[in-house]
Structures are given as structure tokens and as C-alpha cells.
Design a protein around this ligand. Structure first.
Ligand code: C5P
Length: 296
């Protein structure tokens, strides 16, 4: 038996931190969506072992990989005796703020659920995913949502209006734990207007989405890596409608309406940044997801 799953990249339209919790995590509010940039996860049934291989040398090829941990945890939770060989065709930049590793883990949960005929629903897979990482539940649904709590409490939102997303990833990665470690919630100068962003998404108001883009981790990462600040300035200067760092970074994304402007922006950025992609906004995996996650 063999199944294949697409694992899309996520971007944050907003990321707000409300307070630091006693468990060390931050209480967050994030409007998250997906873009048309995927890893492909191929899953081959084996007798009982879990093995993993990736097209990229930048990710661990053993039990440290989140996709491996997802398969192992699913086996443990369900008592399934079967095994899997996981092949990750990596397209999403690594340690980039695009939830590539979380999306691979989520796709592995969805795929192994099919491969091993476990019959779990997405909500059950998301609950298991929350034990692997805060972004994994969102990635199980891969549907535009408001994420609260640690990131695991999801409220479905409509997909944003169609537009182009230009992603630019500086050559270095960033550790999410390092960035959150440097965040001082009481010193945050500007919190994003999360409710206004939700309304803009619901109203399919492109200008509103541009206006309310905001991420409290952006100044933290920019203070650690000046090139991220410069990249954002360049993207605005080269004609992006709106620009924001995604997650803990360092990837910066720009929104534009027309494909021609996206192409121009990519060409203008070539000298400044090695990894630049123009992709479509996605925001939806499949419609039935809307029935499964709470809707406001
Ligand atoms: O949950 P995950 O392992 O992806 O989180 C990585 C790190 O990011 C955590 O160890 C923590 O330092 C930080 N984090 C946080 N608050 C969150 C999510 C992540 O402080 N809500």
C-alpha cells in the first residue's frame, strides 16, 4: 500500500502574544492561512518499522524529524502494529517560519491514518498533532483559521481573497524557541488588530488584509537579523502592497494582486535573497474541514 499527501506552507496574516503562561508557552492569537507551496509526503506501508528519507539534506532523516515522531505517536496512540517508510520531497524552506516541519508531521498523520486504515477524524489527528508541535493542529486542517491558546485552538475562517504571495527567505534559519525567548510581552509596542483582520478576511477585503498585517515577533527577529528588516524594506520599495514576516521568521512575504507584479517583485529581489518564490494564496484544503472545526 502507498499513499501520498501534500503538505502546504503556512503564513501568518497576524501573530499576537497576549501573555507568557506558567508552562513557558505564550498565549497566542494568530490568523493563519496556507499558500500554494508544498512538500510531498509519500508513505509506503512496511511490516512494523518506521523509516524516513528526504530529498533535502537540511532535515534530520531519523526519529528527530517531526514526521517520524508523528508516525511513531500515531502508532503508540492507536496500538497499530504496522510500519511506514516516509519519503519527504522537500520544497518548503527549512527553519523559515512557514511551518514546513509541522506541515510534514500533519500530512504524515493524515496519510498514515489512511494507509493504516485507522479511521480517525481530523479533530483526533489534530489532538495527537498538538503533542508534536503548536502549529501541527493547524496544519492537519491546513485551512485558514484563527489559532488561539498555544496555537492549537482553531476557529475556521474563509480563505482570503485570491492574490499572489511572494516569499523571500534569507540564507540563515531561525529557531522559534530563541525568538520567543527574546520576546518581552509587556514591552510589545504594537499589537496587531486581530478582530479587524478576521473581519477583513470574512469580508474578502484585500485592502483591509493589507492594513491589518501584524506580527509581534517581527521586531524581535529583525533585531537579531538586520537582513530581515532590510528585506522587508526592499519588498515595500519594489512595489508590494503589504509585507510581513511569517511566524518567527526569517521568511518575509509580500502580497500583490497581479501575477505580473509578483513576477516583477521576484526578479527585483534576486540580488538580495537566494530563495524567492511567487505562489498563489491558497487558504483551503477541502470544504468539509469547515464542518469539523468550530466556526464563528
Ligand atoms: O510547540 P513548538 O515545539 O513548535 O514550539 C517551539 C518553541 O516555541 C517552544 O519551545 C516555545 O519556546 C515557543 N512557543 C511559545 N509559545 C507558543 C508556541 C511556541 O513560547 N504558543
Amino acid at each position: 500500500m502507498f499513499v501520498s499527501e501534500k503538505a502546504p506552507a503556512k503564513i501568518n496574516l497576524t501573530l499576537d502574544a497576549l501573555f507568557k503562561r506558567p508552562d513557558g508557552y505564550h498565549e497566542l492569537e494568530m490568523v493563519m492561512t496556507t499558500v500554494d507551496l508544498f512538500d510531498r509526503i509519500d508513505l509506503y506501508e512496511t511490516e512494523k518499522a518506521i523509516t524516513l528519507e528526504s530529498s533535502s539534506g537540511l532535515v534530520p532523516q531519523d526519529e528527530r524529524n517531526l514526521a517520524y515522531r508523528a508516525a511513531a505517536l500515531l502508532k503508540e496512540k492507536t496500538g497499530c502494529k504496522k510500519g511506514v517508510h516516509i519519503y519527504i520531497d522537500k520544497r518548503i524552506p527549512v527553519a523559515a517560519g512557514l511551518a514546513g516541519g509541522s506541515s510534514d508531521a500533519a500530512a504524515t498523520l493524515r496519510g498514515c491514518n489512511r494507509l493504516w486504515k485507522l479511521g480517525l477524524c481530523d479533530a483526533e489527528l489534530a489532538a495527537i498533532g498538538a503533542e508534536i508541535g503548536s502549529d501541527v493542529p493547524f496544519c492537519v486542517y491546513s485551512h485558514t483559521a484563527l489559532a488561539q491558546g498555544r496555537g492549537e485552538i482553531l476557529t475556521a475562517l474563509p480563505a482570503p481573497p485570491s492574490c499572489w504571495v511572494v516569499l523571500a527567505k534569507p540564507s540563515h534559519g531561525v529557531s522559534t524557541a530563541d525568538v520567543f525567548g527574546k520576546l518581552r510581552v509587556d514591552a510589545i509596542e504594537e499589537h496587531p488588530e486581530t478582530r479587524s483582520m478576521i473581519e477583513a478576511v470574512k469580508q474578502q477585503d484585500y485592502e483591509g488584509i493589507i492594513r491589518y498585517l501584524g506580527n509581534v515577533l517581527e521586531p524581535v527577529t529583525m533585531d537579531m537579523h538586520e537582513d530581515v528588516r532590510k528585506l522587508k524594506q526592499k519588498m515595500l520599495q519594489f512595489g508590494a502592497d503589504g509585507v510581513l514576516m511569517s511566524g518567527s521568521g526569517p521568511t518575509v512575504f509580500a502580497l500583490v494582486k497581479q501575477e505580473s507584479r509578483a513576477t516583477r517583485l521576484v526578479n527585483s529581489l534576486r540580488g538580495f535573497c537566494q530563495q524567492v518564490f511567487a505562489v498563489r494564496m491558497l487558504g483551503v484544503r477541502r470544504e468539509s474541514v469547515l464542518d469539523e472545526i468550530r466556526t464563528k
